[in-house]
Write a protein that binds this ligand. Sequence first.
Ligand code: ZN
Length: 427
Amino acid sequence: MSTGTLDPTVAARIVAAVDAGFDRQLRFTADLVAQPSVRAEEQSAQDLLYAAMGERGLSMDRWQIDPAQIDSHEGGSPIAICYDDVTNVVGTYTPATNTGRSLILNGHVDVVPTGPEDHWARSPWDAQIVDGWMYGRGSGDMKAGLVANLFAFDAIRAAGFAPTAPIYLQSVVEEECTGNGSLSALLRGYIADAVIIPEPEENMLVRANVGVIWFQVRVEGRPGHPREMDTGVNAIDEVTILMSNLRVLQDEWNAQQGAHPYFEGVHNPINFNFGQIHGGDWPSSVPSWCEVQVRAAFYPGTSVDNAWSQLQQCLQRSESSRPGVTYLVQRTGFFAEGYVLDEGSAAEAALAAAHAYAFGSELETFVTPGYLDGRVFSLYGGIPALVYGPISKNIHAFDERVHVESVRQVTTTIALFIAEWCGVEPL
Ligand code: ZN
């Protein structure tokens, strides 16, 4: 177990600085969780981060995502909402001495909806710590990580050092639905020698993830009175048939996992989620329409066009097997490929050393079968993407929470990584 080239005295001072700032870090995390930054309502959370980065003397940038720029990029996803109030925030640290490797510290500020709030033990926007866990929507995914980036950066200077390479602290939107926020940051010109994204990853490094496509199918049948139900075509019944046909394709793709490096032992890596459904007009009318929103996953190394064409073929087969039924298909969000983090990079070695120092154990890697913005940096920026972060429970569910001690250790890892990767000099 190597702990890298970092001077033990420097490392010890940085660890102590993370610990000394940790209560303030938790309070700031709770303030950020209190901002209900669901899609298109990220502004108050972004305001808080903009101010916090500005107070630290970073040079601040804030901009709206440009739909035309996203549309024209191969990694862009279809845009289903107005982007007028949707802004990214980046704070840039420019070193006095520039001799090290540059770094992006990225995180997303958007959170998914809460679902029925009466199923939560407390308000999803009230970030209490109970038995070592901080609760709240977005606590794990990923405001604790977003704030860990900021306080890891603080710890270097609190310990009496200055990083010797540029550092870009990014708070992006649109991670939970398109990935267009990180893509917009890349297209604005923010590149670096590595990126860390502290998503909730169980104190581990993501080796590979899946691509994701969102689409909607509007199924149209034929209305009628239930007394002569057979004269109608029930669109809700037809959606259940469509969903089972998509499940067959999902199972076929899961059966191919042995052919995809790193996915061999993963339990059901390919999941098609039917996330929203609505249709019909009246209990006593055969419904003529029903819409279903689908999230489908596919393996890295498969192009998004190829995956989409297989999905479309499945939809066409399903439609043509059902007389009197029409499918109207539309892409509604993610149109994103997966990626694999190449083994043996200098960035991974530096992270492994920092992790070993912070945790006293070796860094483990794993496959996560969900979408990650790491693909933006990896596929379109050629930047090693280290997606690595704390232990969480119930993300995208009720009573989401993040493990506080894990957050402290991950913050320590990130701070030590900054020192190792960017280099430091005395303030
Ligand atoms: Zn996330």
